[in-house]
Design a protein around this ligand. Sequence first.
Ligand code: DQA
Length: 144
Amino acid sequence: MPQTVFVLNGPNLNLLGTREPEIYGSATLDDIAGMLEDRARELGLEIDLRQSNHEGHLVDWLHEAQAVGAKAVLLNAGAFTHTSVALHDAIKAIRTPVIEVHLSNPHTREAFRHTSYVGMAAKATIAGFGALSYLLALEGAYRL
Ligand code: DQA
């Protein structure tokens, strides 16, 4: 049975491709899923990619990742990154390693993006490589 890597995406990431492409690029979430699935196949892993605009769904899915024995979680929590103590606590509450992912580099943007409640609890962070951030995070997850 291949091990599963959860790829959890937060608010507004369903609009990737058309959402501020000068910041987030032209790849859609489906494009990213396809790219991750191709690489996961080579690595003998399985991808379970989900997106929600609701904070509680992301909390539930972090718990589920541990319950089903996922190898790791790649988490792009979108704007909840900068606001959510609930996501911070959920990451701390599970033993499954969580890798924070961002398309852009929040540290080069507005000051309100410089705090990451996700990053304070995550095992690692990959940011600023556009869609490639997800692929780099998968490589990292594989080597854990
Ligand atoms: C983002 C960065 C966040 O600051 C922003 O709210 C997003 C996307 C990124 O992938 O670059 O929604 O997580």
